[in-house]
Design a binder for this molecule. Structure first.
Ligand SMILES: C[S@@+](CC[C@H](N)C(=O)[O-])C[C@H]1O[C@@H](n2cnc3c(N)ncnc32)[C@H](O)[C@@H]1O
Length: 199
């Protein structure tokens, strides 16, 4: 019951953003920013966008598109006054057309996706993306702090670094890998969609 109450409080957009700041989201955004410097007019679909924190490090001339399944997050995003297209939908089965976006960012989302839907997520991302996927998530590292943080995380499916790389590489060619630590260990992948999945 206590965990459920904490989750409810934490899902309020203002509380959520404050928690993200405490959890080191500034460092995470700084790591992502160089990979988001796309050309004017190019589109970036932010899949599982939350309150749209990523839009703050996306060039203003890019076409940022917000996508999430949570209406509270949409309210939080809209409250920021960002005039971007916002889509409510499931990341594993969206309404977006094939190859309809230049880039997709999928940040801190995979640990919310159960095993039986994980391949569907990467399949769907590769279907929509023309150029690159920018993938980031915290991994299960086994450390004390990491275990504690995962215990209270809403997402119930933290995975090891190599498991995530293996699933991504079925649908994408991984071009670049970065790893860094802010409480959690993070995996950042820049990947190009494959023409055919390697299963
Ligand atoms: C930890 S938050 C990360 C939010 C944002 N990407 C960020 O880095 O601030 C995870 C987000 O994924 C969204 N999410 C989880 N499962 C999803 C799904 N199947 N489809 C779309 N969004 C999903 C949640 O609603 C939540 O906003």
């Amino acid at each position: 019951l206590i965990t459920e109450v904490l989750h409810r409080v934490a899902s309020h957009p203002l509380v959520y953003d404050a928690i993200q700041r405490m959890a080191g989201c500034r460092t995470v955004l700084d790591r992502l920013s160089p990979h988001l410097q796309v050309e004017p007019g190019e589109s970036i679909l932010d899949v599982g966008a939350g309150t749209g924190l990523l839009s703050g490090v996306t060039p203003s001339a890019a076409r940022y598109i917000w996508l999430d399944c949570d209406l509270d997050k949409l309210r939080g995003f809209r409250a920021k006054g960002i005039g971007a297209l916002a889509v409510i939908g499931d990341a594993v089965q969206t309404c977006m057309a094939d190859k309809s976006v230049d880039y997709a960012a999928c940040v801190a989302v995979s640990h919310h996706i159960p095993d039986e839907r994980l391949d569907q997520l990467f399949c769907e991302l590769s279907r929509m993306v023309r150029r690159r996927l920018i993938f980031l998530d915290a991994v299960r590292s086994g450390g004390f702090v990491s275990n504690l943080l995962w215990k209270y995380d809403r997402g119930g499916f933290p995975r090891a670094d190599e498991v995530l790389c293996e699933h991504v590489s079925r649908y994408f060619e991984i071009m670049k890998i970065e790893r860094f630590t802010v409480y959690h260990q993070y995996l950042l992948l820049i990947a190009k969609p494959r023409e055919r999945a390697v299963l």
